[in-house]
Design a protein around this ligand. Sequence first.
Ligand SMILES: Cc1ncc(COP(=O)(O)O)c(C=O)c1O
Length: 457
Amino acid sequence: MKAPACGTPTARKYLDFVGGLAVNVLGHAHPVVAAAVAEQARQLIHTSNLYYTTPMIALAKLLVENSCLDRVFFCNSGAEAIEAAIKLARRVGYDTKNGAYEIIATQDGFHGRTMGAVAATGTARYRDPFQPLAPGFSHVPWNDLEAIKAATTDKTVAVLLEPIQGEAGVNLPAPGYLKGIREWCDERGLLLILDEIQTGIGRTGTLFAYEQEGVEPDIMCLAKGLAGGVAIGAMLAREEIAKHLVPGDHGTTFGANPLATATGLAALGFIIENKLPEQAARASERLMARLRSMEDRLPVVTEVRGRGLLIAVGLSKDVSADVVAAARERGLPGQQRAPQRRPPHAAPHRHGRRNRPRLRHPRGIHPGGNGRRGEIAPPGNEHERGPLPHGSGPRGFACRGRAPATQQGEAGGALRSRVTLPAAPGQSGTRGDGAPGSPARRPAIRRGALRRSGVRG
Ligand SMILES: Cc1ncc(COP(=O)(O)O)c(C=O)c1O
C-alpha cells in the first residue's frame, strides 16, 4: 500500500496515523479503492433508492456473511446509522413493547452530531448547547452493569453503546461487561445496539469488536472505514428486528448509492481477503509492546491502553498538549485528550517504527514535564472537527441471498484484488427465532463463527 503520508501546500509531509479519524483503513490512494471509484463512476454513480443495484446487494451480502446480522440499511455517515438504529429500536418498542422508547447509553459515549445521536451521546459539552434534546435517553457510567440494570424501566427498549469508547479516549470494557449487558438484555427483552462505527472494519484486530467479547448485538452501526474513505454508513440488524421497519418508515436519497457501495465492496473485500484485521492485531502487539516499555521508562506516560490499532497513550496533564504539538511538528498528527493512534491496518511496519520514536522523544519535552513551549506549534484540535428481503421491508435494506454469487473488484496497478463472494446460501428464511432478547434464540456457539465456517447458525 501507499505510505499514509500527506503533503501540504507548503510541501510539508505528515504521516497520517490518525487515519482520517479511523476512516482511511487502507491508507490514502489505495489502488483498490481508487480503481473501484473510477470504475463505478464510469458506470453508475447514483440511482434513486427505488431500485436495487448490484453493488448495494453485494456489499450487504458480504456484510451479513461476515457478521452475526441479517439485514443492512445503507446511509451516508455514522450519525445517520445511529439515527436509523434509534428509529428501528423505537419501532420495535412501538410494535411489541407497549410503546417502550427509552434507550440507555453510557456517559462519555459518542454517537454523532445529529439530534438523535447527540441525545444518545453521553458527553455534556456535545449535548448541553443544543437543548432541548430528543427525550428518552439516559446515561449511565461506563463499565457499570448494575447502573444499566438500575436504569431499566418498563419503558426501556434498548441499550446503546460502543464496544470500546473511542472519542472518550479509548476506554476498554471491563472483562464480562458486554456479556453482562447481553445477558441483561436477553433477560429483560431489550435490544443491544452496538456502535461499531469506530471499532468496526478490523480496527481492533477482528472485523468487529464484538467478536472478542463473546456477545452478538441485535443492531450494529458501521461507517468510517467501511468504504476505505468514501462516505458511507450502515445499520445492520437481525432479521426479526429489521422486519419492523416497513416501506416508508425510513430512507435516504444517497444511501446505498452505487459509488459508495461498490467502493465499500472493494475495500471490505480486500480487508477480509487479505486478513487485515489479523494484521492489525499483529501490528498492535508490536506497537503496544513498545509503547508499554515507554510507560515503564517515562514518568509522563501514565497509561497505554487500546485494542488492535485503536490505541491511546495517557500523558500527565502538564505535558499532553506539548507532546501532541511536538509530534505534529515532526509530522505525526494525533489527538490531544489522550493522544490516539488509528493508523491504517495495512501500515507497513516501518511506519509503526516511525511512530514510536516520535512519542519517545518529542522535541521540546523533558521527561519531567517542562515543555519548552516557545519551540513548538500550538496544540492541535482536542477532538474531532468540527429491505429489502427482495420485496418487503424498509427501503434501503438488503438481505443475503439472491445476490450474484461473485462480484469482482478489480484493482489497477501492482495491487490487484479479486473479491470473490461465497456462493449464495441455498436456504432462505430467518435464523434465530424468538422475541427480541429471548434467551432461547441464542445458540451456545456464536453464529458469526458458524457463518464464517460455512454453517448456518
Ligand atoms: C463511535 C462513533 N459513533 C458515531 C460517530 C459519528 O459518525 P459520523 O461522524 O460519520 O457521523 C463517530 C464519529 O467519530 C464515532 O466515533
